[in-house]
Structure formats: structure tokens, C-alpha cells
Design a protein around this ligand. Structure first.
Ligand code: ATP
Length: 304
């Protein structure tokens, strides 16, 4: 089992309820739509990497239930290798209960389920996969000790490591020191750096702080304001592509997966940034999270 990009992370079934407004405690409301769609930051990023052309594998955990089987079938359909996605015999697959009202406001409850059962020992059973990887990609929807172990093993095998430090939380410096590429949005950068990050100037200051904590290369995504990158060569601001956004869910996951696919192929950082942002800009013009992720042939030709 081999892959260029190995994603160690979460798989969830998203249960999406459409409702005219959010119910108040004790109230029963009549909604007008229900859908189950594959999600979880890990799986979304793996789908993006695969659609953007990288051979991709996942390390994760599903429950022995209908959601788990549907999510595994989805990985197969996307061409993502999933021998290292284990099944917890007594566990339940992670779910995200998402209510969307008529003003497009979300409220979300995430039940981690089997994602919380992914152990360092599980990562060890996939040692050969990590040894084959060019890039190992982690997020923070599985236990922190498992993330740390995956980053350590990836480094030991000479793979490049990327951490998308989402959801937002503070992290120990020893973990950040295992990361070659740190990718965070505004609120995640604030949680890590302890200063406000709302525009490219503030992002530049946050990057300096994060680099002082031991992260060599830091990307802060700023939605429609693009990405600020702190590289060995200094700070760069790459503006986003101007598009009419209809649904920004999954923009960050699309960026991470597409950027990872480009890096794994050996692309220059500027090309990888361009492709990551081009893919995310397409994703925000379409509804849904995984459903909105484009394929490589949909990307516009590279600009010099
Ligand atoms: P989400 O949580 O919605 O998945 P995020 O907060 O992790 O996203 P963002 O910083 O919002 O991530 O977006 C990631 C990248 O997607 C941006 O750097 C940008 O390239 C692209 N993007 C997001 N929103 C827009 C937009 N309105 N127009 C163009 N590009 C966008």
C-alpha cells in the first residue's frame, strides 16, 4: 500500500437539516429538507487531494454501522486508499448534526464517535504507508497524541508534514516543531498566536510569532482576502481569485487538499499556492462541502 499524500484524520457523516429558523429549547419545528453527506476535515482534504491528482490514502477510524459503510464506499468511489481506515467493532461513526435556516445560518453539533478512538498504535499499523508518503497531512479532529505520533513517524520516514490546526486550539511548541507546513485560518491563527488576525498585516505579525514558536513555513488563509505565507524567503501575500461565493463551507479543506496535491507532485510553492486558491475559489461558487471540490481539469491555466 503506497500513496503520495497520506491524510491522518476524521471521517464524519454530515446530517444536514433545513429549517425555516432555529428551534428554541423544547420546541418542535417542521423542517423542509434532510440530506446525509460525507464530511469530516480529514476526509474532505483527502477527497480534495485525490481530485486534484495525488494518489491519496487515509488513516482513520469508522464505526461498524451504516454511516461507516457509506463513508468507506465514498472513499472507494473517490479512489482514496482506505486499508488503514480501521473499523471500531463497538464504536459509532462520527456525525455532524448541521441545521441550516432560511438565512443560511448554521448551527452544528459534532459527535466525534470513532474518530476519538484513533490511537498512535493505529498509526503504527500503517507504517509502510507513511514510509511511502511524500506528504503527511493532519488536522485536530482526532486525538492530539495520535497527531503527534503521525507527525513524528512521518518525519522519521523523511516525509514532509503539514498540519491544518483546525478546529482552533492552542498547541504545545514541541508539536509545532514537528510541522513543516502549518496551515490555519483567521480564528485558528488567533488561538495559536494569541493576537487578532483579521487582515494581511495582522496575519504577517501572527506569522512572525508562530515562526518564533518553531514553525518554519506558515500559511494563514483569509477567505476572500487570500493567503499570507511566511516562507524561508520572507512574507508573501497571495490574493484570492475574485468570484461570486455562494457557499464557503469546505473552502479551507479544498485549499489544504489542493495545495498538498501540488506539493506532493513537486510543484513550486507559488504554483501550489495558486492551485490551492484556484481550487478553493471554484469550491465556494458551488453548494456543499465535498460535492463542491473541483477536479484538476477544472483549474484555470496557471498564470506566471
Ligand atoms: P471554511 O471553514 O469555510 O471551510 P476556512 O475558514 O478554513 O474555510 P478560508 O480562509 O475561509 O478557510 O478560505 C480558504 C481559502 O479559500 C482562501 O484562502 C481563499 O483562497 C479561498 N476562498 C475562501 N472564500 C473565498 C471567497 N469568498 N472568494 C474567493 N476565494 C475564497
Amino acid at each position: 500500500d503506497t500513496a503520495e499524500v497520506v491524510v491522518v484524520g476524521s471521517l464524519n457523516m454530515d446530517l444536514v437539516v433545513r429549517t425555516p429558523r432555529h428551534p428554541v429549547p423544547g420546541e418542535t419545528l417542521l423542517g423542509h429538507g434532510f440530506a446525509t453527506t460525507p464530511g469530516g476535515k480529514g476526509a474532505n482534504q483527502a477527497v480534495a487531494a485525490a481530485r486534484l491528482g495525488a494518489t491519496t490514502a487515509m488513516i482513520g477510524r469508522l464505526g461498524d454501522d451504516a454511516h461507516g459503510r457509506a463513508l468507506r464506499d465514498n472513499l472507494t468511489r473517490e479512489g482514496i486508499r482506505h486499508q488503514a481506515v480501521l473499523t471500531s467493532p463497538a464504536g459509532e461513526t462520527g456525525v455532524a448534526m448541521i441545521q441550516v435556516d432560511d438565512a443560511s445560518q448554521n448551527s452544528i453539533v459534532v459527535i466525534p464517535g470513532s474518530n476519538a478512538e484513533l490511537t498512535p498504535a493505529d498509526v503504527e499499523t500503517a507504517e509502510a504507508l507513511l514510509a511511502s508518503a511524500k506528504l503527511v497531512v493532519c488536522q485536530l479532529e482526532v486525538p492530539l497524541e495520535t497527531v503527534r505520533h503521525a507527525l513524528e513517524r512521518a518525519r522519521a520516514h523523511g516525509a514532509t508534514t503539514l498540519l491544518n490546526a483546525a478546529p482552533a486550539m492552542a498547541l504545545p511548541g514541541e508539536l509545532l516543531a514537528l510541522v513543516d507546513w502549518l496551515v490555519v485560518n483567521e480564528s485558528e491563527a488567533e488561538a495559536l498566536g494569541g493576537c487578532p488576525v483579521a487582515d494581511p498585516d495582522q496575519a504577517a505579525r501572527a506569522i512572525e510569532r508562530l515562526q518564533a514558536l518553531g514553525c518554519r513555513r506558515v500559511l494563514i488563509t483569509l477567505g476572500a482576502q487570500g493567503v499570507v505565507a511566511g516562507l524561508e524567503s520572507g512574507l508573501h501575500h497571495a490574493p484570492a481569485r475574485p468570484v461570486a461565493a455562494v457557499d464557503t463551507t469546505g473552502a479551507g479543506d479544498t485549499f489544504v487538499g489542493a495545495f498538498s496535491a501540488a506539493l506532493a507532485r513537486g510543484a513550486e510553492v507559488t504554483t501550489a499556492l495558486q492551485e490551492g486558491q484556484a481550487a478553493a475559489a471554484i469550491a465556494v461558487t458551488r453548494p456543499g462541502a465535498q460535492a463542491a471540490i473541483p477536479y484538476r481539469h477544472e483549474l484555470p491555466p496557471a498564470t506566471p
